[in-house]
Design a protein around this ligand. Structure first.
Ligand code: SF4
Length: 386
């Protein structure tokens, strides 16, 4: 489980680029040609051999996608075993797999648990079929519910459940119904993502053609407020704009995603698989997106890297503000000043005063964070500061 010291260790991310069918809103990189699975697995294992982790110590392994659960427990076991044999992965690490309810069975989930996965994240998105149909998901609400129950029966004591809100036609009442049903399933972690229209997705094209009307902003804002109220009163503390976690029964451990916190804390991470990014010592690099090219490069004994950049001080300041403001703890002003050798309060004095007046930002002795209202405008507030 998360503790502050664990955040300092590195994270390992493996991108599984397959999905049974593309959801209409999704712009993550994945393909639906499952015939490449075997060749991909071989390439991923080659990439792990070529990269390994140097002197980095890892305490999280995150198998994301795409839909990692298109692979059965034997393949996932092979991936985990290879990762442990090549990288310095500490005992007691958080090992997460993302799953789609349309691709899991009780047997497969139990197999993942047996293969060393100790945290499962289930992309439920909604427990109502009308919403799932609109999103183009391959599963029903009932299957989402079953996946959570099966995960629990398989011995998982750290389960995450993802939901989406702001779906056209969704009322506050129907969103509350999803939230309450999700809480009844007692996952340790709930992520609630606002539906966004990413350019190039089928859903965005339909929106532009006027095939449906997006939910009005004010309505989506009300849903966001409802989310925080309902989840807080149900024992889930918000720690990032979209993420909520329960505490353990001893009150000491927390079920925040240890891995995702690394992305928000400037901790090194290595990403393998098509389109995956890595970040080590201010250098960011990333792999090619195409699965075919990825396989071809690795078969030829070459790393599938396609770009890299060394972040300069300004870029690192921008990143620190962007990720810091997404967290409910906000930016630690003392650490920020020390890290960048600047005075946060001096640089941003004017903008922060304006944002404080509008009730969008809170500045205390050593913390700067968004208010609840500010979280609704996180992106525009961030761009005002950078
Ligand atoms: S299952 Fe997940 S990764 Fe695949 S298309 Fe749907 S949202 Fe995207």
């Amino acid at each position: 489980m998360d503790t502050a010291k664990n955040i300092e260790n590195a994270g390992l991310y493996l991108h599984i680029p397959f999905c049974i069918k593309k959801c209409s809103y999704c712009d993550f990189y994945s393909i639906t040609d499952l015939s490449l699975k075997e060749a991909f697995l071989k390439a991923l294992i080659s990439e792990m051999h070529m990269v390994s982790g140097g002197s980095l110590l890892f305490d999280t392994l995150y198998i994301g996608g795409g839909t990692p659960s298109v692979f059965d427990e034997v393949c996932i076991g092979r991936i985990i075993e290879t990762a442990y044999s090549l990288f310095n992965i500490l005992p007691d690490s958080e090992v997460t797999i993302e799953t789609n309810p349309g691709t899991v069975s009780r047997k497969r989930l139990a197999g993942y648990r047996g293969a060393g996965v100790n945290r499962v994240n289930v992309g439920v998105q909604s427990l109502q079929d009308v919403n799932l149909d609109f999103l183009g998901r391959i599963h029903s609400g009932k299957e989402g519910e079953l996946a959570i129950r099966w995960a629990r029966q398989s011995g998982f004591d750290n389960i995450g459940l993802d939901l989406i809100y702001g779906i056209p036609g969704q009322t506050i009442k129907s969103w509350l119904l999803d939230l309450k049903r999700a809480v009844e399933l007692e996952p340790e972690h709930i992520s609630c993502y606002m539906l966004t229209y990413e350019s190039g997705t089928p859903m965005d094209r339909d929106r532009k053609k006027g095939i449906f009307w997006p939910a009005p902003d004010s309505h989506v804002c009300d849903m966001f407020e409802t989310t925080i109220d309902l989840l807080n009163s149900s024992g889930y503390a918000q720690y990032e704009i979209s993420n909520f976690a329960r505490s353990g029964s001893d009150g000491l451990k927390s079920f925040k995603s240890r891995h995702n916190q690394k992305y928000w804390s400037f901790v090194p991470y290595i990403g393998l698989g098509p389109s995956a990014h890595s970040f080590v010592e201010s250098e960011r690099c990333w792999n090619c997106r195409s699965v075919n090219k990825y396989i071809k490069e690795l078969n030829a004994g070459r790393l599938p890297l396609t770009g890299k950049e060394l972040l300069n001080k300004e870029q690192r300041i921008m990143e620190a503000i962007y990720v810091g403001l997404r967290r409910t703890d906000g930016i630690d002003v003392d650490i920020f000043n020390e890290k960048f050798d600047v005075s946060f309060k001096k640089i941003f004095a004017e903008t922060i005063a304006r944002l404080e007046e509008d009730g969008l930002i809170k500045l205390t002795e050593n913390r700067c964070s968004l208010t609840r209202k500010g979280m609704l405008f996180a992106d525009s507030i961030t761009s005002m500061l950078i």
